[in-house]
Design a protein around this ligand. Structure first.
Ligand SMILES: Nc1nc2c(ncn2[C@@H]2O[C@H](COP(=O)(O)OP(=O)(O)OP(=O)(O)O)[C@@H](O)[C@H]2O)c(=O)[nH]1
Length: 389
């Protein structure tokens, strides 16, 4: 009898130890971090705690985190906020970063007399904000004409003049929808392209959150197979919102991963497949071959509905050079401008659209998981001119 009780106690202790090991194990093997307990449903949780951790060397070296099959979703799934109203929520951040730009222009325009040097200064401010030389000259010319017609100006008149001119340059009638709706029974396919470090993988993850927040189902494809860490990062994003991630071993053919992701999206009857691609700017030919192949192979299964080019707004002319190379390599259909919270160079919206003839569709305004918003010209310009005397 005593032996039986002893055996039962041993068995119970063994159960506890094994159970504990299971509970602790996923964290050590680089599985997605549990959502912070204080994350609010409206997505306003502190950015620092809510952002999935950047891949670390420890994760890169963990062989268990590179399965061939799509990773299982973590049990605790978050509900991100929907896309509507995101720019409004992030407006203060935009207003803060672009304040110098808006304030400088408004105060110059409000002066009683606008002489030649004032107009030059206005043009300089526009160029410094990365509006681009051609657009800056055009804006100044249009404003000069309107100011002449208007005669005297109240601060409200000036604000309205500038608002209208900036909106005209950005364009209010372009289609800025990211095409994520199912078609012909299959999922929409969105390719994310851009140089590494611009926020490409982060954007793929944030976009998945936007879509899940809008009630869609998403499959993520980790076709940046040159860095295992990029796939790990994507897996973390996917697991937090229950989006399966299709990945392969480092060095695998990106096109085949993209193909498998679309196949998985079809099997799952998902709404959207988001494919993160590699962005090494080795040679233009190499890039063209690689991205061209990904697109061609995906198109054997489904049409590609959007090719989003991710650009870091803080990189100015360098970013634009990269954009040109990508636009030559693949048919870019939309631009995602990231890190607009960290630069006063919001004028890049005007320049990049003018250069590439492609609309800005999404903007990144922070490192938080829900700091990606659909781009809305009115909201953007209003934030630029907000709280400025
Ligand atoms: N402040 C700010 N940081 C951002 C934004 N978007 C991305 N980032 C940060 O930019 C860094 C690079 O992002 P990644 O997504 O790793 O960049 P990537 O282009 O995928 O590069 P690889 O992962 O190297 O392929 C990360 O620390 C992001 O948190 C943004 O809108 N604002």
């Amino acid at each position: 009898m005593d032996y039986t009780i002893f055996a039962v106690i041993i068995f119970a202790v063994a159960l506890l130890v094994v159970g504990g090991a299971f509970l602790i194990r996923p964290r050590r093997t680089g599985a997605p971090p549990e959502p912070p307990p204080d994350e609010r449903a409206d997505g306003t949780a502190g950015a620092a705690t809510a952002e999935p951790e950047a891949p670390t060397g420890e994760q890169e070296g963990t062989p268990e985190t590179a399965p061939v099959e799509p990773a299982p979703a973590a049990p605790e799934i978050e509900t991100p906020p929907p896309s509507a109203g995101r720019l409004v929520r992030l407006r203060a951040r935009l207003a803060r970063s672009q304040n110098v730009f808006g304030k400088g222009l408004l105060s110059l325009l409000a002066a009683d007399r606008l002489d030649e040097s004032s107009w030059e200064e206005i043009e300089d401010i526009l160029i410094t904000a990365d509006v681009g030389v051609t657009s800056a000259a055009q804006i100044v010319e249009n404003l000069r004409t309107k100011v002449k017609v208007l005669g005297t100006r109240t601060p409200d008149d000036v604000r309205e003049l500038l608002r209208a001119e900036l909106l005209a340059q950005i364009g209010t009638d372009r289609d800025r929808t990211v095409h994520t709706e199912q078609h012909a029974g299959g999922p929409a396919v969105v390719l994310i392209v851009g140089v590494n470090g611009t926020g490409k993988t982060t954007t793929a993850g944030k976009l998945a959150r936007v879509l899940v927040g809008d009630g869609r189902s998403v499959v993520l494809g980790a076709a940046d197979t040159f860095r295992a860490a990029a796939a790990d990062q994507l897996e973390t994003w996917g697991s937090r919102v229950g989006a399966p991630v299709v990945r392969r071993d480092e060095g695998a053919d990106p096109a085949s991963v993209a193909f498998e992701a679309v196949a998985r999206g079809m099997d799952d009857r998902a709404d959207t497949v988001i494919v993160d691609t590699a962005g090494r700017l080795h040679t233009k030919t190499g890039l063209m071959d690689e991205l061209g192949k990904v697109k061609r192979v995906v198109e054997k299964k489904s049409s590609v509905d959007d090719v989003l080019l991710v650009l870091d707004a803080t990189t100015g002319q360098n970013g634009l050079r990269q954009a040109r190379v990508f636009a030559e390599a693949v048919d870019v259909s939309g631009i995602v401008l990231t890190k607009l919270d960290g630069t006063a160079k919001g004028g890049i919206v005007v320049q990049v659209q003018r250069e590439l003839g492609v609309p800005v569709k999404l903007v990144g305004l922070g490192e938080g998981p829900d700091d990606l918003a659909p781009f809305d010209p009115e909201g953007f310009v209003d934030a630029l001119l907000e709280n400025v005397e």
